[in-house]
Design a protein around this ligand. Structure first.
Ligand code: SF4
Length: 318
């Protein structure tokens, strides 16, 4: 860790001012700072200006609309956990983030925009200088996949998969877009945001059925996901009517598992759980970006999905 670099901290009170200031060269947005500040202390970036969103009141609003919720991007994870009307997947994902102290300041928008992670990137400046910079920051080679020209760092936000299965949309600079369009499949440029773009809110439609989130991590009390699985499922007459599953922690973006439509009209028993696990295993793409073996994370994601289906449909463990 190194001391924080010198920067000017600006605290606009309106979204328009925040967007204007964030569009200036070498400016970065900061919300709770639980992701950004540790990275700055590792020497990962040296912005001249930090534009704090803390004083922008409208980002902290939560509204219950007729058929949906509008959650301001500045709503803290602690508050999300406390709002009982919100779907279980979102509240469980928020609860799985770090520790209570972090959750009291970390925000919805900050978690969705969390930087990707890699064992060659989340290291001190001295470590990276000694071992060689990589193409995500300061270098031109990927140590994980040296033949490729794309960073494979893993997206590790917990809330995004929950919001994907719940059909959320994000409000960016006043425009509503599906959540998946916020992400690129590139660990070095995983956010599809232009300078000055601000993610201001998440719109969440009312959903039927049950939802949940499960996470594999090294330290149960506080850690990023080695793999995280969110699920929304509804049953009708004992068979699956709708099923959506999304992953985090394995690929450079959070994503919905394809092919779950094929499990509709099936009973949610062992065979369906095994078929779902196969889909997850095939689509999860972990690389050597953690000290934990990639295949363990792939298998772990599949097991989480199978157990989560059992928990949500039969009251099994997850
Ligand atoms: Fe760097 Fe490659 Fe890791 Fe990306 S995946 S952070 S380019 S080593």
């Amino acid at each position: 860790m190194i001391p924080l670099p010198e920067f000017t901290l600006l605290r606009p009170t309106t979204l328009a001012d925040a967007a204007r200031l964030a569009g200036e060269p070498n400016a970065r947005l900061i919300a709770g700072g639980t992701g950004l500040v540790p990275n700055l202390r590792l020497g990962l970036g040296a912005p001249q200006t930090l534009v704090s969103l803390e004083a922008v009141e409208e980002l902290r609003r939560f509204k219950v609309l007729e058929e949906s919720f509008r959650i301001g991007a500045g709503v803290t994870l602690e508050r999300i956990i406390s709002i009982e009307e919100l779907p279980a997947a979102l509240r469980e994902a928020a609860k799985a983030v770090a520790a209570p102290g972090n959750r009291s300041v970390a925000t919805l928008g900050g978690n969705l925009c969390l930087d990707t992670r890699c064992v060659y990137y989340n290291q001190s400046e001295q470590w990276r200088r000694a071992n060689g910079y990589c193409l995500k920051y300061g270098g031109d080679v990927c140590h994980v996949a040296p033949q490729g020209k794309k960073c494979r760092a893993a997206y590790s936000g917990d809330l995004a998969p929950a919001l994907l299965v719940l059909g959320a949309q994000v409000e960016i600079s006043g425009v509503l877009k599906p959540l998946h369009s916020l992400y690129n499949d590139d660990g070095a440029r995983h956010l599809a945001l232009a300078p000055g773009d601000i993610l201001s809110a998440v719109h969440l439609p009312a959903t039927k059925g049950r939802s949940g989130y499960s996470k594999l991590r090294l330290r149960g009390s506080i850690d990023f996901p080695l793999a995280g699985v969110a699920m929304a499922v509804s049953l009708k007459d004992g068979v699956i009517e709708e099923l959506r599953v999304a992953l985090t922690g394995t690929n450079s973006r959070p994503f919905l598992i394809e092919g779950t439509d094929g499990l509709v009209d099936k009973e949610p028993g062992e065979a369906t759980g095994a078929a779902l696990a196969k889909l997850v295993q095939k689509q999860a793409g972990p690389m050597r970006t953690t000290l934990t073996a990639a295949d363990y994370r792939r298998q772990g994601a599949a097991i989480l999905a199978r157990r989560l289906l059992a928990r949500l449909t039969q009251g099994g463990d997850s």
